[in-house]
Ligand binder design. Sequence first.
Ligand SMILES: NC(=O)C1=CN([C@@H]2O[C@H](COP(=O)(O)OP(=O)(O)OC[C@H]3O[C@@H](n4cnc5c(N)ncnc54)[C@H](O)[C@@H]3O)[C@@H](O)[C@H]2O)C=CC1
Ligand SMILES: O=C(O)C(=O)COP(=O)(O)O
Length: 457
Amino acid sequence: MTFKVLISDPLSEDGIQPLREADNIQVDVDTELSPDELAEKIGDYDALLVRSQTKVTKDIISKASKLKIIGRAGVGVDNIDLSAATEYGVIVVNAPDGNTNSAAEHTISMLMSLSRKIPQAFLALKNGNWDRKTHVGGVEINGKTLGIIGMGRIGSEVAFRAKGQRMNVIGYDPFLTKERADKLGVEYGTLDDVFTKSDFITIHTPLLKETKHIINKEAFAKMKEGVRIINCARGGVLDEDALYEALKSGKVAGAALDVYEEEPAVDNRLFDFPEVIGTPHLGASTVEAQENVAIDVSHDVVRYFTEGVAKNPVNLPSVPKEIMSKIEPYFYLSEKLGTFLTYLATDAIEEINISYSGELSEQEVAPITRNTIKGLLKRHLGDHVNDVNASYLAEKRGIQVNENKTSAVKGFTNLLKVEVKTKEVTRSVAGTLLNGLGPRIVQVDAYSVDLVPEGGI
Ligand SMILES: NC(=O)C1=CN([C@@H]2O[C@H](COP(=O)(O)OP(=O)(O)OC[C@H]3O[C@@H](n4cnc5c(N)ncnc54)[C@H](O)[C@@H]3O)[C@@H](O)[C@H]2O)C=CC1
Ligand SMILES: O=C(O)C(=O)COP(=O)(O)O
């Protein structure tokens, strides 16, 4: 079988070599597709690879009948409708590590360009003005306080580099511990500390419901007079209308923007202020970052097609290899138990109770639960039920799923019991993996049996 991959944003040619070299993968590159053309074409493809430009909407996903995986060659996945991908059983993977350095370096470049008005001065020079008056009033960053909102991969690298410029750094992140802040040499602050104490503020969070407009009118009101703002994360984390007002009032002395609420940002009114500098979403656009992210995402697509697992899934928890090797043998059994139950309980399922006993109780069992649900739903919902959407589809149907673990088990080293409740009946089956003999169904309701689970639906 040949898997067809469509690349709809410019990706590094060197980076996509793992895809080109794979035997069973055909790669098509078309970076000029309109949304309508993409929607028309996508039905032919098993994988779609994008950067931030392609908007992978629900409409596109709903037309992608063969699509199994969406690869984001970069970090932010806000251009992909993740709920739609999950609903349609499409796994989304990203490349979280490959562009960290480039994004951090871009942020520091913006910080320094902003503080010394370098882009404005060069523009004047290019226009024939040897102007040493207008562009005075730059400030040193030495000894100034840089507030960082979002101390993940990029935020931490920015902190490290800013310390090298002799800045004081204060960081806020709900996952930042005092110990980690100490280790990074960063003051451990609240969001308000960042707003009130900083001379420069840079943001490095993803765009989420909670981070939308995290820098807003109220935040500007708390900041120091003459604060400078840098946004190399996502348009939308910063309220551009509020920034406009803060620049107009003089509260904000300057802003450096790489990302915008609307991209391409060709008509952005913030550029009317001479204190605003900008780049067209270039944070990750280096040779190194582009090669890294394309390699990472290509490897993940190949891995998913060949081994059925991905290293960097966004809409499915990733399970470490060592754990996977222990639980994978139960996937077949759990799916069969689920399907078997659909013949015993034929009306609408309201509740699924899955008990993990013996050695199994010590394992990470969520993937086994997903396979069980898959087995239960597949017979009626069809082959589009998979690991990605099984739990989602159960929840959508109002089916309650409970997991229960107990170390005690009689007669077996491990036992997986699945009980379903409908309005009419409560039925259960249990199975085990017998050493050397493979999977067995050993109990149906209260009766002991010994059945080899075989056959399809
Ligand atoms: N301009 C560009 O070209 C690029 C932009 N980015 C953007 O940068 C973002 C961050 O990237 P990474 O550092 O790699 O991600 P990351 O996941 O390592 O870090 C994000 C951090 O934000 C924190 N966070 C979440 N909600 C928060 C809140 N309400 N307040 C404070 N912190 C919060 C998280 O706890 C996490 O530590 C990406 O999501 C992407 O949108 C990333 C790469 C390039
Ligand atoms: O990785 C990210 O989140 C980025 O914003 C980079 O975007 P790009 O791949 O350059 O369109």
